[in-house]
Design a protein around this ligand. Structure first.
Ligand SMILES: [Zn+2]
Length: 220
C-alpha cells in the first residue's frame, strides 16, 4: 500500500475531494476572469474540503490562467497546510467556513459593478422585487429583499473578518457582502450554487448602479 502523502490529504477520498476542488476553482477562475470580474491577479476563490480545511487560490496568481499549483490547502485558522503562501484575504474565507458549516464554496471578485456600488451605497444595499432574486438559495419569489452589508475597506484583514463575524451574529449569514472600493464576497453550499449567486449579484449590482437615484457623486 502506498504511504499517505505528507500533506493533510490523508485518504483517497480527501485526495479526490482536493483534486475536484482544484479543477473546479481553475474553471471558475477562467470563467470569472473572462467576465472581467477579477482583473490584474485580484480576487480569490475557495472550496471547503471538510470540517477543518479548504482549498483556496494562492496569493497573487492570474485568475484567468490558474494552474493546479496555484491552489493550496489551509486550515480554518488560515494556516497553510502545504507550505504555499495564502492570500492576505484568506481569513475572510475561513471566517465564513467557521461561521456556517453549510458553506461549501466562496467567491471573491473585484468587478467594476461591485466596486462602483460599494462607493455610493449606504451601509446596506437593499434589492427588492427583481426576478433574479430567485437565483439565491431559499428564494422562490421575486417578492423578497436581499440585504448586502457594505464594510469599509482595510488592510487589517483580521479586523475586517471580526467585523463580518459580529455583523453575521447580529443579522444572519445572508448571501453576500461588499467591501467599499474593493469588491464582493459571496458563498453557497457548493461551487455551482456560489457561481449562480455571483452571476446574479453582478446583474443586480449593475441594475442598482444604473437605477440609483443620485448620479451626481461618487465618494469613498
Ligand atoms: Zn480582494
Amino acid at each position: 500500500m502506498k504511504p499517505a502523502p505528507s500533506t493533510n490529504v490523508s485518504s483517497t477520498r480527501s485526495a479526490a475531494d482536493y483534486a475536484h476542488a482544484v479543477s473546479g476553482l481553475i474553471a471558475a477562475g477562467a470563467r470569472l476572469w473572462q467576465q472581467g470580474w477579477c482583473p490584474a491577479t485580484s480576487s480569490n476563490f475557495s472550496q471547503r474540503l471538510g470540517p477543518d480545511s479548504c482549498a483556496i487560490t494562492v496569493s497573487g496568481r492570474d485568475k484567468g490562467n490558474l494552474q493546479p499549483e496555484d491552489i493550496m490547502q489551509v486550515d480554518l485558522a488560515g494556516q497553510a497546510l502545504d507550505g504555499k503562501k495564502p492570500s492576505a484575504e484568506t481569513l475572510l474565507h475561513t471566517q465564513l467556513y467557521r461561521h456556517d458549516p453549510e458553506i461549501g464554496a466562496i467567491l471573491h471578485t473585484h468587478s467594476m459593478n461591485a466596486t462602483l456600488v460599494s462607493t455610493v451605497a449606504p451601509n446596506i444595499v437593499e434589492l427588492s422585487g427583481l426576478e433574479l432574486l430567485k437565483a439565491f438559495a431559499g428564494n422562490s419569489s421575486h417578492q423578497v429583499t436581499l440585504r448586502i452589508p457594505v464594510f469599509n475597506n482595510t488592510q487589517d484583514i483580521a479586523a475586517l473578518a471580526s467585523d463580518v463575524e459580529t455583523w453575521m451574529q447580529q443579522h444572519g449569514t445572508g448571501h453576500a457582502y461588499l467591501i467599499r472600493g474593493h469588491g464582493l464576497y459571496t458563498w453557497g453550499r457548493d461551487l455551482p450554487e456560489t457561481l449562480r449567486h455571483l452571476e446574479a449579484l453582478e446583474f443586480l449590482l449593475e441594475y442598482y448602479w444604473h437605477a440609483r437615484p443620485d448620479t451626481s457623486e461618487v465618494a469613498i
